[in-house]
Design a protein around this ligand. Sequence first.
Ligand SMILES: Cc1cc2nc3c(=O)[nH]c(=O)nc-3n(C[C@H](O)[C@H](O)[C@H](O)COP(=O)(O)OP(=O)(O)OC[C@H]3O[C@@H](n4cnc5c(N)ncnc54)[C@H](O)[C@@H]3O)c2cc1C
Length: 460
Amino acid sequence: MSEITRDVLIIGAGAAGLTAANDLRKAGLSVAVLEARDRVGGRLWTDVIDGAMLEIGGQWVSPDQDALKDAIEELGLETYSRYREGDSVYIGPDGQVHRFTGEMFPVAPETEAEIARITDILDALVAEIDPDRPWAHPSAADWDSITWDAWLRQQTDDDEAVRNLAFATGSAMLTKPTHAFSLLQSLLMASSAGSYSNLVDADFILDKRVVGGLQQVPLRLAERLGDDVLLNQPVRSLEWSDAGVVATTDDLTVRARHAILAHAPVLYSRISFVPPLPRRQHQLHQHLSMGFVIKVHAVYDRPFWREQGLSGTAFSPYELSHEAYDNTNHGDERGTLVGFVSDANADGVFELSAEERKERILESLSHYYGPEAKNPVVYYESDWGSEEWTRGAYAASFDMGGLHRYGADLRTSVGPIHFACSDIAGAGYQHVDGAIRMGHLVASNIVEASRENGSAESVG
Ligand SMILES: Cc1cc2nc3c(=O)[nH]c(=O)nc-3n(C[C@H](O)[C@H](O)[C@H](O)COP(=O)(O)OP(=O)(O)OC[C@H]3O[C@@H](n4cnc5c(N)ncnc54)[C@H](O)[C@@H]3O)c2cc1C
C-alpha cells in the first residue's frame, strides 16, 4: 500500500472534480484526483464503436451555459451547431406523422392555446425561483408536495397538452415518471436553464457540440494535472477529522487537508466514512436518486432524412423514443440519429432480449423517419444504469418533498469534506455546466479557507 500527501484530495475525475483540481493547483495547492474507472470524464465519454465516433454520455452545449462555454474556449476546443435545416416531426395520439417548423408542436388549436397558456404560467413561476435556492421561495413547501403530473392536470383537462408540457422536465430531463417528482423539482430544472421556454426549445437547449466530442473537456483538464490524476482508484474509505482526511483505495492511502466528493450523490454511500457522516447527510442522501434513460445511437451510410427535407428533430409523448435528433458528427459523410427512451419505457425495453429491444427502438425511430431508419450500419445503446460508478442517467433528483426539506444542505460541507457535482448544482443543474460551476465554487471555498487559516492549512 503506497501513501501520498496532498493539500486536497478529489474523489472523481469528472468535469466537476477536474475543474476543482485545476483551480486549486492554480491557487498553489497540491492535489490528487482519485478516479474509480480506467478513464477520466465520468458521464462524459466519447468513444469509437464499430468505427463510429459516438457521444455515449453528455454532448450538447446551450447558450446560457457560460461556465462550460468558458471552459471550452479556454481549452482551445471548437464547437459546431446541431443540424437543424428542414422540418421537424411530431406524432400525436392518433399515430399520424405531422411535419412542422418552429417551437410549437402541430396540435389542435385548442391544445396549442392550452400549451401556450400554461407555458406562460410556468415561465412566471420559474422567474420567481433562484435556481441556487429554490427551497427559499415562500411557496416551496406547497410546490414540493404536488407531483408535476398532478399540478399539470389541475391546470387543464387537455391530455395532449399535459403530455407535451410534462415530458420537457419528465422523460427529457429528470428522466423519471412525472408522478415521481414535484412541481418544485420541475421548476428547478427549468430555472437552471433560465426558463421553461428555454427548456422546451430544442434549438436552445441542444445548440452546439464540440468537435471531437465533449469528453475532450475532462481529457484536457486531466492532461494539465498529469500524474496527479490516478485511475483505477475507487475510494473505499474516508477517515475525517478537523485535522484533515485519509482516503484509502485498494492499494493507495492519500492524506490531505480537504476532500472533495466530486461524484453523483447516489455513490456517497459506497464510501465508508469514519466517523460516519452526520444524521442530516445520511437522511438527505437517501432522498436523491438517479433518473434513467437509454441514449440510442443509430448510424447510417448517409443522413437519408435530410433528402426528405427533415431536420432529424422529432418528438412524441406517445412514442417509445420520445425525442430524436440528427446527431451526425462534424464533417462526417455518414448520418447519425440519436433517440432517447426514458424512465418506465426504459425499464420496459430492458425486459426484452437485446435483439427485440433494438427492433422495438428502431421501429419507433422509423415512425419518425420512415423504414430506412430500421437498418443502421452501427447501433449502440448507452446504458448508464449498468455503470457501477454512475448508476443511471442523466443525473440525480429529489423524491417528493425532498428538495424543500433537504435542499439547503445539499452543498453544505462536513468538516474537511466538500461536495461538488452536476447533481447538486443550481444554474446548470444536471448538466456539464453545473458540474463545472460546482467545481469552481468548491475550489474557491477551499482556497478561501486555506488563506484564512494561513500556513496551518498546508499538510503538503
Ligand atoms: C447519456 C447522458 C447524456 C447527457 N447529455 C448531456 C448533454 O447533452 N449536455 C450536458 O450538459 N449534460 C449532459 N449529461 C449530463 C452530464 O454528462 C453530467 O451532468 C456531468 O458530466 C456530470 O459531471 P460530474 O463531474 O458532476 O460527475 P461524473 O461525470 O459522474 O463524474 C464523477 C466521477 O467520479 C467517479 N467516482 C465515483 N465514485 C468514486 C469513488 N468512490 N472513488 C473514485 N472515483 C469515483 C466516477 O467514476 C466518475 O468518473 C448527460 C449525461 C448522460 C449520462
